[in-house]
Design a protein around this ligand. Structure first.
Ligand SMILES: NC(=O)c1ccc[n+]([C@@H]2O[C@H](COP(=O)([O-])OP(=O)(O)OC[C@H]3O[C@@H](n4cnc5c(N)ncnc54)[C@H](OP(=O)(O)O)[C@@H]3O)[C@@H](O)[C@H]2O)c1
Length: 215
């Protein structure tokens, strides 16, 4: 059993929380407005979930999911996340996040930006290419035929092993697709984005994807 810290309690945060709780993990979840605004959500999530401040969720998590808009990542506290595996669900939506030149010019990736902000953490891209509502709905036990798979990217092999074990526990095969610099392969406007795929399909589709200029 793991304690998952979750920063961001919207679509992704709340649905990963549901999948994690269903798998027997504990959840400590935070948003920007404070734990008192999460009473209804944690009531719905049940006894193994609690609302927290951002610092508390970061500190309490054995691993921590970042599920906030990309434009807000520079506000994340670095010290309580130091040394931790940080799962990053971020995608770039210029209409929501504003234009980010390094992404527009394909010089960076969203998770690369987060890793830069959290140099002492081990960022692993995860959960970014699945619709939030599908996360609890499509979860199946390990060994299920044609099990849905999700790509992961990161620099640290041990962190990717931790992330893969967590994904497996909550219902998904994890496919290691390389470092953060490759993580554009499953981002917005790519063929694999939002598409249910087996592990073999994740590998095949991500490998065949070409990087386009951001619109
Ligand atoms: N929705 C999907 O299906 C989906 C799928 C894959 C990936 N993603 C990506 O995941 C990220 C989150 O998306 P979402 O749909 O879950 O967003 P969302 O529903 O708008 O929720 C965002 C959450 O982040 C919190 N937040 C905002 N700024 C924060 C800050 N500075 N510190 C801490 N918490 C903050 C918000 O708290 P307050 O409400 O208190 O402000 C809210 O709980 C995005 O990058 C998105 O592209 C989304």
């Amino acid at each position: 059993m793991t304690t998952l810290g979750i920063i961001g309690a919207g679509n992704i945060g709340s649905n990963v929380a549901k999948a994690a709780l269903a798998a027997g993990h504990d959840v400590v979840i935070a948003n920007s407005r404070g734990p008192e605004t999460l009473t209804d959500l944690v009531g719905e999530l049940g006894d193994h979930a609690r609302a927290a401040t951002i610092e508390d969720a970061a500190t309490a998590g054995d691993l921590v999911l970042v599920a906030i808009p990309l434009a807000a990542i520079d506000t994340l506290p670095t010290a309580p996340l130091a040394g931790k595996v940080v799962l990053d669900a971020n995608n770039y939506y210029p209409g929501r996040d504003g234009r980010i030149a390094a992404l527009d010019e394909n010089l960076e990736t969203t998770s690369g930006l987060l890793q830069r902000h959290l140099p002492q953490s081990h960022v692993v891209k995860a959960f970014n290419h699945i619709n939030a509502r599908d996360i609890p709905a499509d979860a199946t036990p390990a060994g299920t035929a044609d099990r849905r798979a999700l790509g992961i990217f990161g620099e640290d092999p041990d962190a990717k092993r931790v992330a893969a074990a967590f994904l497996d526990s909550v219902g998904y095969d994890a496919v290691d697709l390389g470092g953060l610099a490759e993580s554009w392969r499953l981002e917005r406007d790519t063929p694999g984005y939002g598409k249910p795929m087996t592990a073999a399909q994740v590998r095949e589709i991500a490998a065949a994807t070409e990087r386009v200029v951001q619109q």
